[in-house]
Design a protein around this ligand. Structure first.
Ligand code: SF4
Length: 107
């Protein structure tokens, strides 16, 4: 998981609105980053989806991660997603691309 974490810190944390100019995360101990929390599951989704369509990855994200996330309501809505306040959802296409690039480079 370390290689994915390193690439995510470089490609996503560095541009995340929740980070400082030097890429340091500003979330406090009471706030969880869904990207960090669910990273193994996200890698699994990318490996098992195998599609050209981002929608297919988003569908897996909703059914395998959002469903377990305490921010999501029973009706499938999520106040963090609606406020563009979930880093995982906000940067999801870039996260998928980053994981796929790490995989290609490790072949
Ligand atoms: S979009 Fe909402 S439900 Fe899905 S991971 Fe982010 S905070 Fe959780």
């Amino acid at each position: 998981m370390d290689k994915y974490l390193r690439a995510i810190r470089k490609n996503i944390c560095s541009i995340c609105v929740d980070s400082t100019e030097t890429g340091k995360c500003t979330l406090n101990e009471h706030e969880n980053c869904a990207l960090e929390l669910y990273l193994p599951k996200i890698v699994e989704i990318v490996h098992s989806t195998q599609s050209e369509e981002m929608e297919d990855y988003v569908r897996s994200l909703r059914s395998e991660v959002c469903l377990d996330c305490r921010a999501q309501e029973e009706d499938g809505s999520c106040y963090l997603r609606e406020d563009i306040n979930c880093a995982l959802d906000r940067y999801f296409p870039l996260i998928v691309e980053t994981i796929q690039t790490v995989d290609k480079e490790s072949q």
